[in-house]
Design a protein around this ligand. Structure first.
Ligand SMILES: [Ca+2]
Length: 379
């Protein structure tokens, strides 16, 4: 069994960055300082469930509103088509140069629930691509763990939030990576230096539950993650049971994304059967990565143990670096669905972008809906 245990004090600069995250300060002699926005790397198993697509769309909109910086996207489901779909989403959102990495040693046989990746290659009646996109730059598309190293090495210490909404394959490979030209630090130390925390959609801690999908598809990577992840960097889990109650049915998606909108998500819902029992698991990790802990009820600190099949168990421990979102009640679930939907209703048409520089991205006219008040469990 594997354990993550003591949470040691971090360096002063890191603590300062963490204290500033999500708050403003006023100095006695000057105006209020602007709190730094989270710098986020999204790690996704795009190419199966559509909640990954909504999560990515939300990050664009949060960034438009000045609430975060999206540094790049790591695709942890094998297959160039999956990474190319993210290219199409990025280009559609006015971000054709956003770097996208792809796992090269990942779970090749991971179950696919909705095989939508090739929708990115759809054409109009004249045979023209619906979704032009930038090709990977010189040197080709980076391996996922290489992109992690490149992005992390270029960021201030303690500034990066990793939002993992897929498998842990690339994170495990990052943690195992040796020093190289990108950084003199090995992967685990690079994470310890640069990462504020990780928000991980994965696992279930319900008693006697089957291993959760994200953990079960590459359990060896999950075990490596827990073995090597620095014990003084927090991990917050959005487990399956939190998102299980948040359903965003096809009819609502198609009503929110208007009929004149050729958005990739709309095309997926038009061309694929998306009623496969999926729920809005991944957006909950994005909300916490950007907006912090306030919208959520969190469980106590603790440690996580991983079984060989990817099954996870949680044990309370005051000095543990693991926490978890607690499932909400009906009102909280409804309000969170409304919030997720608001990102699609507010989306603006953005000019199609080809290779080269993106067109300017219009600023969002409004902020995302406020989160529902945190739901507190009765104990
Ligand atoms: Ca996912």
């Amino acid at each position: 069994m594997l354990r993550i245990t003591p949470r040691a004090a971090r360096s002063a600069p890191v603590l300062a960055a963490l204290l500033l995250a999500g708050c403003s300060t006023t100095s006695p002699s000057g105006p209020a300082e602007v709190a730094p926005v989270p710098r986020i790397i999204l790690d996704t198993d795009v190419g199966s469930s559509t909640d990954d697509l909504f999560a990515l769309e939300m990050l664009y909109r949060y960034e438009d509103a000045g609430r975060c910086r999206l540094l790049g996207v790591v695709v942890d489901r094998p297959g160039e088509a999956n990474a190319a779909f993210v290219d199409a989403m990025n280009a559609w959102a006015g971000r054709p140069e956003l770097p996208v990495g792809l796992v090269r040693r990942g779970p090749e046989k991971a179950m696919v629930f909705i095989d939508y990746a090739l929708v990115a290659d759809a054409t109009d009646a004249d045979g023209r691509p619906l979704f032009p996109r930038a090709a990977p730059g010189p040197g080709g598309r980076p391996d996922g763990w290489v992109l992690y190293r490149r992005l992390l090495a270029g960021q201030p210490d303690g500034s990066v939030t990793i939002c993992s909404i897929g498998f842990l394959s690339c994170l495990a490979q990052l943690l195992e990576s040796p020093p190289d030209d990108l950084s003199p630090l090995g992967g685990a130390e690079l994470v310890r230096r640069k990462v504020a925390r990780a928000i991980v959609m994965g696992g279930t801690f319900a008693k006697d539950a089957e291993p959760e999908y994200n953990f079960a598809m590459d359990p060896e990577a999950v075990r490596t993650f827990f073995r090597l992840w620095p014990r003084d960097v927090d991990v917050v889990f959005s487990t399956a049971e939190v998102g299980d109650a948040i359903d965003y049915p096809t009819a609502l998606v198609l009503s929110d994304i208007g009929p004149t909108d050729r958005h990739p998500i709309r095309q997926v819902y038009l061309q694929c059967d998306c009623e496969t029992g999926q729920r809005m698991w991944d957006p909950l990790a994005v909300v916490q990565a950007v907006e912090g802990d306030a919208p959520f009820a969190l469980g106590d600190r603790g440690t996580v143990e991983i079984a060989p099949d990817g099954g996870a168990s949680f044990a309370r421990a005051p000095d543990g670096n693991c926490r978890r979102q607690l499932p909400g009640d009906a009102a909280w679930n409804a309000a969170m669905l409304e919030k997720i939907r608001s990102f699609n209703r507010r989306r603006r048409r953005i000019g199609r972008c080809g290779r080269g520089r993106p067109r300017p991205v219009p600023r969002s006219s409004g902020r995302p809906l406020p989160c529902p008040p945190p739901w507190r469990p009765s104990r």
